[in-house]
Design a binder for this molecule. Structure first.
Ligand code: ARG
Length: 561
């Protein structure tokens, strides 16, 4: 239930819209004052009365009911008290009815969101730097679907550029079929690294020639390149499976090469293209940005050209309401330029292009420098996390059934949660210890809370009990938990609106903490029979909500831990 809106609908303030009232309602810092409060100061001017007088009047006419038990005026604030029994009854009832659907909605029905995420580069390491885009994008994809949108997951594979000529040159010089087939992306990457270390003028020339051959459709060059692509894709798909991430399109950069013509033509027609030292550019000086280079002086396209073409292709193909680019903040300028060019072309959908920028992830015990230093492959981070999870679980619960499976869920969950817990724009340092702390702000903590709830429910079922959403007037812990559970749908909504899966991650830790307060503070199985059923209903409602939230982030829940 959206309490703010519920209150706003029953609170006529002349000349002020319901939405605006709802938005002005906040949660007071001291809950003994009330569960919600509306400051009346900003209405004083409009209504020509003092805030205190306005609050008094509104309090006197507010219709108390089984949802809001009453309103009182204090110093220009209007404080509302929720009907506690009503809240618990309504929340628990709704969750146990809606189950997997709790938190979902139809707000996105008929709307399409394209989400460009992960978008790795062929033959390059899938390193820890790709973690954020992959799990952020994956979470947004699930969240939008949950809200009724048609979500289109797009992996804009980097498979175009002179570096691929280098790769083939290196393969021809040092490579052999078997080593590459066996070593896959690692072997290909080794070749690339070796090329960059050893290349002289002669080899660079070779590389340019091979790139030209790829472009001109040469059979052998393309056969090798396509093989590298396949090996890379096979490899990254393995990681996507582990992370539970999927895509609807793998339209790569090279896919757009034969589609650039009309877009460049339109730029020219509209007088946006100018020549600068032989290159074709869109001048963005008036907007305080460097030029957007469309074609280099040798006529070659750039990353930007292919992105511009991709934006048009997506608009045409999916008619999106929004197109998100989940890409590191290092590319801020690129996207500002790109979006500006679309706007200058007179497309009103330029406003629907969104760069969802995120910060860097590094490891506590080593940087992620790609060029010289060591690359931290994401697969190694995941493997280590699963191993650590195994060790932690073995210590906590040596008799645990399905140890391997549970360790996988816990370890992978820790990697995902570690990347999603903080506001996306922050740089984060990933720590194995912290990510697997049972008592921390972690997925393990939430998963463990779920296992705890599940085990209470299992014991109750074993005793032949059944419950259907009964709810007696709550004690403090029950109320605090149920109230938080009631927030879930609006948390999901605002996670989507702000492109912040971290809202859900933080919510889950908070809700789990409240469950544990309830679990420790209130008897469940040993309570009086009717209290017991009421608490079992609440326990199940908490489990359903935590599970739904974790699922949106791509994290599974073990039955037992
Ligand atoms: N492959 C690019 C990189 O690794 C990211 C592509 C992001 N998507 C896009 N449409 N530009 O930097």
């Amino acid at each position: 239930m959206d309490y703010r809106m519920y209150i706003a609908e029953r609170l006529p303030v002349e000349g002020v819209g319901k939405e605006e009232i709802a938005e002005s309602i906040s949660v007071p810092p001291d809950l003994s004052l009330g569960d919600y409060a509306l400051p009346c100061f900003k209405f004083a001017k409009l209504l020509h009365r003092s805030p205190a007088a306005i609050a008094e009047e509104l309090a006197a006419s507010f219709p108390a009911d089984g949802v809001i038990a009453g309103a009182t005026a204090v110093n220009g604030y209007l404080n509302f008290r929720i009907d506690r029994g009503g809240l618990v009854r309504e929340t628990v009832g709704r969750i146990l009815r809606e189950r997997e659907g709790y938190g979902s909605s139809e707000v996105g029905a008929g709307k399409t969101v394209c989400i460009d995420y992960s978008s790795v580069n062929i033959a390059k390491p899938f390193h820890i730097g790709h973690l954020s885009t992959t799990v952020l994008g994956g979470a947004l994809y699930r969240i939008y679907k949950f809200l009724g949108y048609t979500a289109v997951g797009i992996n804009h594979l980097g498979d175009y550029g002179t570096q691929f000529g280098k790769l083939i040159a290196a393969y021809k010089r040092w490579g052999d079929r078997e080593t590459v087939q066996r070593g896959g992306i690692h072997a290909i990457n080794d070749l690339y690294v070796r090329f960059n270390e050893e290349a002289d003028e002669e080899m660079e020339k070779e590389a340019r020639e091979y790139f030209r051959l790829i472009e001109s459709g040469d059979k052998e060059a393309n056969a090798i390149f396509n093989w590298f692509k396949e090996l890379t894709l096979e490899y990254v798909k393995g990681i996507y499976d582990v992370l539970g991430v999927t895509f609807d399109s793998y339209a790569s950069e090279s896919f757009y090469i034969d589609k650039m013509g009309p877009v460049i033509g339109e730029l020219r027609e509209k007088g946006l293209l100018t020549e600068s030292r032989g290159a074709q550019i869109v001048d963005l000086e008036a907007y305080g940005m460097p030029p957007f280079i469309v074609l280099r002086s040798d006529g070659a396209s750039l990353y930007a050209t292919r992105d511009l073409t991709a934006a048009f292709y997506r608009k045409q193909t999916y008619d999106f309401d929004k197109c998100l680019y989940v890409v590191a903040y290092q590319q801020n300028l690129h996207f500002r330029q790109l979006f500006k060019v679309v706007e200058l072309m007179g497309k009103d959908w330029a406003k629907d292009l969104v760069h969802v920028a995120y910060g860097m992830v590094s490891l506590e015990d080593g940087a992620m420098a790609t060029r010289k230093g060591r690359v931290v492959w994401l697969e190694d981070v995941i493997r280590r996390c699963v191993e650590k999870a195994q060790a932690v679980l073995a210590e906590k619960n040596p008799d645990l059934p399905d140890k391997e499976e549970v360790a996988k869920q816990v370890g992978v969950g820790a990697v995902i949660f570690g990347a999603l817990y903080n506001s996306k724009i922050k740089d984060i340092v990933f720590s194995y210890e912290k990510a697997l702390n049972f008592d921390g702000e972690t997925s393990v903590y939430v998963q463990y809370t779920c296992a705890r709830a599940a085990s209470v429910l299992a014991r109750a079922r074993a005793e032949g009990l059944s419950w259907t959403g009964e709810a007696l007037p709550p004690c403090e812990e029950e109320f605090e938990l149920a109230k938080r559970l009631a927030d879930f749908p609006s948390v999901v909504l605002s996670a989507a609106e702000n492109y912040e899966p971290s809202y859900i991650a933080r919510y889950l830790v908070d809700a789990a903490q409240r469950f544990n307060k309830f679990y420790i503070g209130c008897k469940i199985l040993s309570a009086e029979p009717d209290v017991r059923l009421s608490r079992l209903s609440l326990t199940e409602a908490a489990l359903v909500t935590l599970k739904n939230g974790l699922a949106l982030l791509g994290i599974g829940v073990p039955e037992k831990m």
